[in-house]
Design a protein around this ligand. Structure first.
Ligand SMILES: [Zn+2]
Ligand SMILES: [Zn+2]
Length: 237
């Protein structure tokens, strides 16, 4: 890394003071002022399996049409925010502009909303990036986010147990069927997960194609139960 890049990198680690959204000065819980925190697009009414936003007032055990049609290989998903402004900007800032200081406040929205008790997993596995993508980005945002959550709940996190072995085409360019095909055999498991209850951690759940393929791979390797935790969920499929 050149000196300039190093300076940018160090700067990216330094957290600005005040509210992350409006800049109001102060030492706020979760780094959002109370008004900005309240106005975040919380994902309160969801499908319990895939965390898809559902209309308010709907019973919390009602599944979305898609999960009724075909039950996913994972048991539950939790994503406290909808992937809308300003959340989408914060997540892009973390992922594409190396604003690593955003990992802590975003992950703490999850722990703040999750509450306890929940069924504790044995292990958290961040959704792996292919080594080429990791090299290009310099970090895995899902790992950075999951570390904060794992520390909060005292749950181990392991990013080595599952690897992305195929560099796949960008999912956003593909149809739904092609996405699933594109991901086939993209992951491999290196370790003993026999009988384990795992949480797969991602920054955003979009189509669910990635977590579906990963869950299938982990189940084949012996995992007993898989839940998905993410910071945000896109409002549609
Ligand atoms: Zn604010
Ligand atoms: Zn669903």
């Amino acid at each position: 890394m050149k000196v300039n890049n190093w300076l940018n990198f160090i700067q990216s680690l330094l957290c600005p003071s005040g509210c992350l959204l409006c800049g109001e000065a102060g030492n706020f819980k979760l780094q959002f002022c109370p008004a900005c925190y309240r106005s975040l697009p919380f994902n309160r009414h969801t499908c319990p399996i895939c965390a898809l936003p559902m209309p308010p007032g709907i019973s919390p055990d009602i599944l979305c049409g898609r999960c009724i049609k075909k039950q996913p290989p994972y048991t539950q998903s939790f994503a406290p925010l909808r992937y809308e402004l300003p959340v989408s900007n914060l997540i892009s800032g973390l992922k594409f502009h190396r604003r690593l200081y955003l990992a802590e406040p975003l992950a703490r929205v999850l722990t703040d909303c999750m509450g306890e008790p929940f069924i504790r997993p044995d292990l958290i596995i961040p959704v792996p990036l292919h080594p080429l993508r990791l090299q290009e980005r310099g970090f895995n945002q899902s790992l950075e986010l999951s570390r904060v959550v794992a520390r909060h709940y005292h749950i181990p996190v392991n990013w080595k147990i599952c690897r992305r072995v195929r560099h796949t085409q960008a999912q956003s360019d593909l149809s739904e069927k092609a996405r699933q095909k594109n991901l086939r055999q993209a992951f491999e498991v290196y370790g003993d997960i026999q009988g384990a209850h795992l949480v797969l951690f991602d920054d955003v759940i979009t189509t669910g194609a990635t977590v579906t393929e990963l869950s299938k791979t982990l189940k084949k390797a012996g995992a007993r139960r898989i839940d998905i935790w993410a910071i945000a969920r896109t409002p549609g499929w």
